[in-house]
Design a protein around this ligand. Structure first.
Ligand SMILES: [Zn+2]
Length: 270
């Protein structure tokens, strides 16, 4: 067995790779041992996933959704006690209860007021640049591999396919340097859908591939309502923008793809 990133022998590797980090609520999207070797698994955790998880907007999302890290802690964020007292906000990982730490120099002011409004920030800086693109280059590469793990021969072909090397290298080394990711919100973070068992559940993550009429392959991943789309074959998203324009800005996650895309328009009567 070989690693899908460094292509080295990986049969002895013990790591079970999480396609999306556990810290954003993923316990289901996993790759079997050895698909990603221990060395790459450790490297990605430190160099690619950690910077993404530490981006202020991702910390805020994890705080609001109550998503604990592997160590069981929900990240704290800085809020304001109306009008201008900065407080650090904590959320309990188990019962989601909120608490606030008030700096001692503001105790006096708080004591004077019987009640106050707590302002919770939402608009922190989102991940950008290579923090964003390397993260999704990794997720896209692993999501493709996840569809092939049932057949070792297909996985071998995938590892040896030179067309996938640029995306792989971007995830591994940030080379080439610029790789676009198209980002937009497609539904609210707390959107709920009716599951097959008849119960309502929050949509945390979903992903799919899109093949455009130009035969480019895009990977779209939604995380709490934000859709991130990356081109598998090259660093630009021009073909995706074109596809969006031709499809009324639909999301490939919700558009009936391929079938309708390639359908020729019916000849007009008369
Ligand atoms: Zn490796």
């Amino acid at each position: 067995m070989r690693c899908i990133f460094c292509k080295a022998e990986s049969s002895a590797s013990r790591s079970i790779e999480h396609i999306l980090p556990e810290s954003i609520g993923n316990s289901k999207l996993l790759l079997p041992k050895g698909v990603v070797c221990d060395k790459c698994n450790n490297y990605f955790a430190k160099a690619v996933e950690k910077p993404f998880l530490e981006a202020e907007a991702v910390r805020q999302m994890r705080f609001h959704e109550g998503l604990p890290s592997k160590k069981g802690r929900v990240p704290s964020i800085v809020g304001l006690l109306d009008p201008d007292v900065p407080v650090r906000l904590f959320r309990d990982a188990k019962d989601r209860a909120l608490s606030a730490a008030v700096p001692t120099e503001h105790f006096g002011r708080l004591a004077e007021r019987p009640e106050g409004r707590l302002l919770m920030p939402m608009g922190g800086a989102p991940p950008s640049g290579t923090v964003l693109s390397r993260f999704f280059a990794k997720v896209a590469t692993e999501s493709m591999a996840a569809r092939l793990t049932y057949d070792p021969r297909l996985l071998e072909q995938f590892i040896d396919d030179p067309q996938l090397d640029p995306l792989r290298n971007h995830a591994r080394r940030g080379q080439p340097l610029d790789w676009s990711v198209h980002v937009r919100r497609i539904y609210p973070a707390n959107a709920r859908t009716l599951g097959p068992d008849g119960s309502w559940g929050q949509v945390m993550h979903e992903s799919d591939f899109l093949v455009t009429p130009r035969q480019e392959i895009y990977f779209a991943q939604a995380i709490f309502g934000i859709e991130y789309t990356i081109n598998i074959g090259g660093p630009d998203v021009d073909g995706y923008l074109e596809w969006l324009d031709a499809n009324n800005q639909a999301s490939p996650l919700y558009a009936p793809k391929n079938l309708e895309l390639y359908e020729m328009p019916a000849p007009r009567p008369g």
